[in-house]
Design a protein around this ligand. Structure first.
Ligand code: ADP
Ligand code: MG
Length: 354
């Protein structure tokens, strides 16, 4: 009874905010409201003045289309904080936007999800940036942990849970048990790498240069890792490297598969390596319970089946895999007492990573 009143009082005084600072997309969850922001992790900066011109969707639309003095920057390249100032600007924008409609008396308590490969220095940078933007208390959660909570895996139980989060810049592989990360690996093979593979393939096979957004659209439209029942093709536009003029080329799903095959192999090998160093009891849990795929890369056609076949374990794709981390941050905020054990308040609490 008393606890209920306290909760109510709390919600009058401050907001709790969960942020998934992804390499491709940033999502913000506000306690009691759900996901209120879902935007690309891109910031456009005017290099002459140092000022931020746009953040999120607006900045992403500028990618590859900016005049020389405006640069569109991704704050987290390859899962590392590439630019502290830009990261701070991005966080400032998000917190302002999240708080705009329901500003409270006290600064928010903020849970920030960061890629599992992030260093202590980077974690501190994220924490300071969040604090500088008015947060009363900042907690860091590693994204695979947040994702596991987001898809309601029993992370606090003595049972092995395996998460593979395929994002834009990184794929995070983690094995979780008893509220902690038992094994983790962060690799730079993820959505962006597939896009780069496509750009290289089209340049060498067709002598046509395409942009990053075109490559991404192509991957999403016809990308797959196993032969499809119904073959697909897509027409894309780029610049002919020989004539210098615009040219359209038509690609098939087979060609896209060929373009990304090596990266897909590397990704599967890395997941295998994590399994190989996982303690036997946990392996046995994972074999019966299966592996859970989250992140945008989980939507690549055929990937769950190929993973299951290569690893000989069941593979599940969570519903709405791209919001798992943000939903997890939300669940942590809503049930703080139950989950506070998974949060990192000080850098020295960070577990070691391979
Ligand atoms: P992050 O957590 O790093 O911000 P996300 O989980 O938001 O990344 O996933 C973004 C990545 O997922 C991008 O590389 C995007 O191209 C890819 N992606 C999104 N939808 C699909 C799809 N349907 N098929 C394949 N890849 C996809
Ligand atoms: Mg992510």
């Amino acid at each position: 009874m008393f606890k209920k009143h306290l909760e109510k009082l709390n919600s009058y005084l401050w907001n709790d905010i969960g942020i998934d600072l992804g390499t491709a997309n940033t999502l913000v969850y506000v306690r009691g409201q759900g996901i209120v922001i879902n935007e690309p992790s891109v910031v456009a900066v005017n290099q002459k003045t140092g000022q931020v011109v746009a953040v999120g969707v607006k900045a992403k639309n500028m990618l590859g289309r900016t005049p020389p003095h405006i640069v569109a920057v991704k704050p987290l390249v390859g899962g590392v904080v590439s630019d502290f100032e830009v990261t701070e600007e991005m966080l400032a924008y998000l917190i302002r936007k999240a708080e705009a409609n329901f500003r409270k008396v006290l600064g928010p308590r903020v849970v920030v999800g960061v890629p599992s490969g992030i260093t202590n220095v980077e974690t501190r940078a994220v924490r300071d940036a969040t604090k500088n933007n008015g947060a009363r208390q900042v907690y860091i959660v590693e994204e695979p942990m947040a994702a596991a909570i987001g898809i309601r895996l029993p992370v606090n139980d003595p049972v092995g849970n395996m998460i593979v989060d395929i994002g834009g810049g990184t794929t995070d592989v983690a094995v979780i048990s008893l509220g902690g990360i038992v094994r983790a690996k962060s690799l730079k093979i993820a959505g962006d790498k597939f896009n780069q593979d496509l750009i290289s393939f089209i340049r060498s096979e067709f002598k046509v240069l395409i942009g990053e957004k075109t490559a991404e659209n192509l991957k999403i439209a016809i990308g797959s890792v196993l032969p499809l029942h119904t073959p697909l093709e897509a027409a894309i536009k780029g610049r002919d490297l020989i004539t210098g003029l615009p040219r359209e080329v038509v690609l098939t799903d087979t060609e896209v598969r060929e373009a990304i095959a090596i990266s897909v192999d590397h990704l599967i090998e890395s997941v295998k390596e994590v399994l190989e160093t996982t303690p036997p009891e946990i392996i046995s849990d994972v074999m019966t319970r299966g592996l859970y795929l989250v992140g945008g890369g989980a939507l690549l056609k055929g990937l769950p089946d190929l993973l299951a076949e290569s690893l000989k374990i069941p593979v599940h794709v969570s519903e709405d895999p791209m919001t798992a981390v943000a939903r997890g941050a939300g669940i942590i905020l809503e049930d703080f007492e139950h989950y506070k054990g998974v949060l990192i308040e000080n850098e020295d609490e960070l577990p070691p990573h391979s």
